[in-house]
Design a protein around this ligand. Structure first.
Ligand SMILES: [Zn+2]
Length: 394
């Protein structure tokens, strides 16, 4: 969509979202009232900064205050068609509900990502994504169905017996794609080898900087799949579905937008939904690129840089694990060490660090760097969301 048309659409959908959230009389109404903002103040995308931001802990507090699901939604359980919880990797999970309209939007955006990754109508998808209260599996299947694919929901690969049963069931069906988490993929491959299964297997894709930049999420409670990359190997970032979201990168202190190409706090406003989220502060770091993309898509590209809690400020510069990661070999473990609230050098520990690593990191980040090489196997192994920063403040 041409950019002027896109801005028009965003402004119209933003007005609708603000109106809807305000009228519901709950969480968003109170926050707008307390900030002295009313829907008539928001006429276009340019007025967005007048709205207050909120964080996940505000949603948690709201759910506790107004059980069972809080009052931050315009539409409640009675008009919902699905319920799931967030992963809860950063605290107690929050509840997510979808209306039929909102679910269809999530399918649409996820389908765009799958399409960029090569999924086409008619493909068969083995879906072993975490399920049950985790909403991921159902979204994968719904998006695949919307595309005209055949998703087979195998259930999460919880134990070897479950995996064996699933593999036997699909033995003679040609699989085009797998959807599963890395740990699940590893288990499926192990079992397949043991039982002599010969079908297409999921790749155990290690997390790399390339993968970190290839997709972006604003959390299941806002927009689970916000965007995907048109060409991950070129580090182009993830095209954000701007017809369904406005993404901002703002200064941590002033709250004002940072220039394109610079890191800022990641804010997301959902558009077109019956349960809108207005300026959700994900407590994460994003960089935006609005320059024309070689692929022809007009939507902005976002680079997910990491979590705010992992930011180490060295002489005023935000350093994140991905800055170090870029200079390492695949699978080489590392941690950044937080030595104070403001540091004058970046301190990193790397397993089997190469001689020139400190110099390369200095060149990449522009700050002083101290590298300590440690024995292979001595650093903690990465879990689902790995801990790359250790706190050693006095
Ligand atoms: Zn592109």
């Amino acid at each position: 969509m041409p950019l002027d048309k896109l801005r028009e659409l965003q402004s119209q959908r933003l007005r609708e979202a603000v109106e809807r959230a305000y009228k519901s009389g709950g969480f968003f109404y109170r926050r707008m009232r307390d900030h002295g903002v009313s829907p008539s103040d928001i006429t276009s995308v340019d007025d967005l900064s007048a709205l207050p931001t909120f964080r996940k802990e505000d949603l948690r507090a709201n759910e506790a205050e107004y059980p069972p699901i809080g009052d931050y939604r315009s539409v409640g359980l009675e008009r919902s068609v699905r319920l799931a919880t967030s992963t809860g990797t950063t605290g107690r999970p929050t509840i997510t509900i979808w209306t039929a309209n909102d679910l269809d939007i999530d399918y649409e955006i996820a389908a765009r990502r799958y399409w960029r990754e090569g999924v086409r109508p008619g493909h068969v998808i083995a879906n072993a994504h975490p399920g049950y209260l985790n909403g991921g599996q159902a979204i994968v299947s719904g998006a695949a169905e919307k595309m005209g694919c055949l998703p087979i929901s195998l259930g999460p690969p919880e134990d070897d017996a479950a995996v064996e049963k699933a593999l036997r069931t699909i033995e003679s069906i040609p699989i085009d794609h797998w959807h599963t988490m890395p740990a699940g993929a590893a288990r499926i491959r192990e079992v397949a080898e043991r039982i002599g299964w010969t079908g297409k297997l999921p790749e155990v894709a290690a997390m790399t900087p390339m993968r970190q930049y290839s997709a972006i999420s604003a959390g299941l409670e806002c927009i689970g799949t916000l965007g995907g990359s048109c060409s991950p190997q070129d580090y182009r970032g993830a095209h954000i579905a701007e017809d369904y979201a406005i993404v901002e990168a703002v200064d941590d202190v002033t709250g004002l937008p940072v220039p394109d190409g610079q890191r800022g706090r990641f804010l997301c406003t959902s558009l077109g939904r019956e349960n809108p989220m207005l300026r959700f502060d994900l407590n994460e770091v994003i960089r935006l690129d609005r320059s024309p993309c070689p692929c022809g898509e007009t939507h902005v590209r976002g680079f997910w840089e990491g979590r705010m809690q992992d930011v180490i400020t060295v002489e005023g510069t935000w350093i994140l694990p991905i800055d170090v990661w870029f200079e390492l070999e695949d699978g080489q473990e590392f941690v950044l060490v937080r030595t104070g609230d403001a540091q004058d050098a970046l301190e990193v520990r790397v397993e089997n660090a190469s001689e020139d690593l400190a110099e390369r990191l200095r060149a990449r980040t522009g700050v002083q760097v101290t590298v300590t090489s440690v024995e292979v196997g001595s650093l903690p192994r990465a879990a689902y969301k790995s801990m790359r920063v250790v706190d050693e403040r006095p």
